[in-house]
Write a protein that binds this ligand. Sequence first.
Ligand code: ADP
Ligand code: MG
Length: 708
Amino acid sequence: MEEKRERANIAELFGENVFGDRVMRERLPKAVYRRVREMMTEGYELEPAIADSVAQAMKEWAVENGATHYTHWFQPLSGVAAEKHDSFLSGVDSEGRALLEFSGKNLVRSEADASSFPSGGLRATFEARGYTVWDCTSPAFLRKEGDCVTLCIPTAFCAYAGEALDQKTPLLRSMQALNREALRILKLFGIDDAKWVKPSVGAEQEYFLIDREKYLKRKDLIYTGRTLFGSMPAKGQELDDHYFGVLRKRIAAFMRDVDMELWKLGVSAKTEHNEVAPCQHELAPIFEEANLAVDHNQLTMEILQKQAGRHGLECLLHEKPFAGVNGSGKHNNWSVSTDTGLNLLNPGKRPHENQLFLLTLACVLAAVDTHADLLRLSAANVGNDHRLGADEAPPAIISCFLGSQLEDIVAQIIETGRASSSLSGKSLETHVDTLPNLYADVTDRNRTSPFAFTGNKFEFRMVGSGDSIASANIVLNTILAEQFRLAADRLEQASSVKETAWELIRELLTAHQRIVFNGNGYSEEWVQEAARRGLPNLKSSIDAIPAFTSKKAVELFSAFGIYSETELKSRSIVAYENYAKRINIEARAMINISGKQLIPAAIHYVTRLATSVNQVKSACSAADVSAQEDLLLRASELLSDMKRSREKLQSDTDLAASIQDPAARAAAYHTQIVTDMRILRESADALETVIDKDLWPLPSYGDMLFEV
Ligand code: ADP
Ligand code: MG
C-alpha cells in the first residue's frame, strides 16, 4: 500500500523550525526586536537585558514546539558539528512543579570542555576551558528526532584566551574584513548608500546513496566512509546514463523528504539531480550570505544522512567512496554584494565600461594568483587527495576560467589600458520551426576549471564533499579583502580615482594574467604549462599544509585579524594529526578486514578447490582438472601475496604511529602507508575476481552501485 505522505506546501513549511525574523517580530517587544536587528547587521555589543528578553521568547517558542532541551551548536576543527545538550529544567518549586529556565546568559555563552576537541596544542588537557558564544546572525532552530525536540543555537567556539577553536570565528572575522575594505572601494566609486558588503555563497553538494543493508556488511564504509577493497564491475559510468537520468522512486521519495526537512529549517534546497556516477546525486540550495550558507551546508549534510537512514539507504559524503568511479565534491559559488543588492561581480550589459566590476575582477585574479597555495589548502583533506589531480576532478593546480567575453576584455585592457567593446551573446538556431530560437550565453561553461567565472559569481570547485565550506570562504574573503585594501590605499591618495583605477586594473591584470586559463584543466599539457608559468601544483594535502604557516600567510591573516600566528600553527598541527589519524584508521580497517574476512574466505575457496580436484581425480583419473588446478594456483598465489602485504602494512603502520612529530608522522603515512595499502588492495581485488561470489564476504561494487 502506498504510504500516506505529508502534503508539501513550501510557503507554509518554509522556516517552520527556525527562530527567524518572522517569529522574532511576532514575539519580541518592538524595541528589543529593533535592537536585535541592528546587532545582526551592524554588530553592536549585546546588552544583558536584550539577551534576557530574546532568551525568554526563544524558550517559550521552543517549548511550545515541544522542545525539552537546548544546545549550543558549533563547528570544531574535527569537521563535524558538535553540541552539548542541557534541559530547560532549572529546579522544582515548593509545590513540586518543574521550573524551566533559559536566561540571556544561557543563550549568549556556555562553557565547553575545549581539551577534547582538536586544538593543535592550543589547549592542554589541564587547561580545558573553552566557550561557545551565540552567533546572532545565524538563527536558532529546532532539531526534531521523533519526540525529542532540541533548540539549537549556532555559536562560535573559542579557547579561554580567545583563540578560535572552530570554523565560524575566523569566517566571521573574514567577512568583517571584507566588509570594511569593500566599503572603502564603494565610497571611492561614489556609492554611499550601502551599509554593508557581504559574500554570498551557494554550495552544490554531491553525495552517494547506497542500500543500507549492504553498507552494514562493509566495515570499511562504516569506519572510513569509503571502500578500501572492491574490484570494478563490468559496467561503470562509461555510458553516462545516470547523469540527469530520471529519479527512481525510492530516491525521489528520499529527496522529497530531504527537501521538506530542509525547508522547515529555512534551508532553500532548490535543485536535486542524479550525478555522473551510478547512485551519485547532487543537491543545490539558493545562495545566501556566507555565514548562513556554511551553517546550512552543515545541516544539509546532517539531514541527508539522517533521511537516508529512514529510507533504508546510506548517504556517503566521502570524496571518493568507490575507486574507479567519479568522486564527490562541493562547488562553492561565491560573489560579493551590498545590502542594496549590488553584486560587485555582476558584469552588467557593458562589462568593458563597468569599472567597479573590472576592478573587483582584477582584485580577485590578483588575490587568487597571490594566494593560490592557500586556496588549494582550503580544499585539502585526506579524502580529497583521491580527487584533486585525478581524472574527473579539478586538478590540484589553481587557475581561473574567465570565458571568452572577459578574456577578450582583459586582453584589450592589458594591451591598451582600456577596453572598447564587449563580445555579445549570440542567438541559437534550433532549426526546428516549432521550437523557439534561444539567446545563448556569452560564454560557454568550462567544467575542468577549479575556479570559474560563471556569469556573476566565481565557482570554486575543489572543496571536498564531506568538508565544511568554511575554510574556502575564509580564504576567499580574506584574500579579496587584502587586494581591496591595497587598491583603496592607493585610490584614496589619487587625484583622479577614475584614471588611477584604470591604471591599477591594467597593472593587476598584467601582473596576474598567468592565473587565467580557459583550456582543458584535466590535460597533461596544462600541468606542464602551469609549471612553466610558475603556478604551484600541490598534489596532496601533505604538500598543501605548509601553506598555513608560510611568512606570506602569517602576514596576510594577522594583518586582517583572521588568525594569529599561534592559531595558524595550531591549525597546521590539527591538519597533520587529522591526516595521520584518518590514514591510520584506514590502514587498521584494511588489516582487520583482510585478516578476519578476506583471508579466511580465500582459504575456504582454495580448500574447496583442492577437495574438488582430489575428488574428481579419484572418481575418474583420466578427467582433466587443469582448470581447477590453474584457479587453485592463482588463488593460492594471491592469497600468499595478500598475507605478505598485510603483514607489511601492519608493521609499517605500527612504526608510523610511533613517530612523535606530527608533520613527520603524517609524511610517513602519506608515503609508506598509502603505498602499502594500495599493494594490499591489489591482491585482494584480484582475488575477488577469482573467488566464487557466494564466498566473498563483502558486497561487490556491482551490488552497491547498481542495486539501490
Ligand atoms: P550552475 O548551474 O552554473 O552551477 P546555478 O545557477 O544552478 O549554477 O547555481 C549554482 C549555485 O550557485 C546555486 O546554489 C545558486 O544559488 C548559486 N548562485 C547563483 N548566483 C549566485 C551568486 N550571485 N552568488 C553566489 N552564489 C550564487
Ligand atoms: Mg555548478
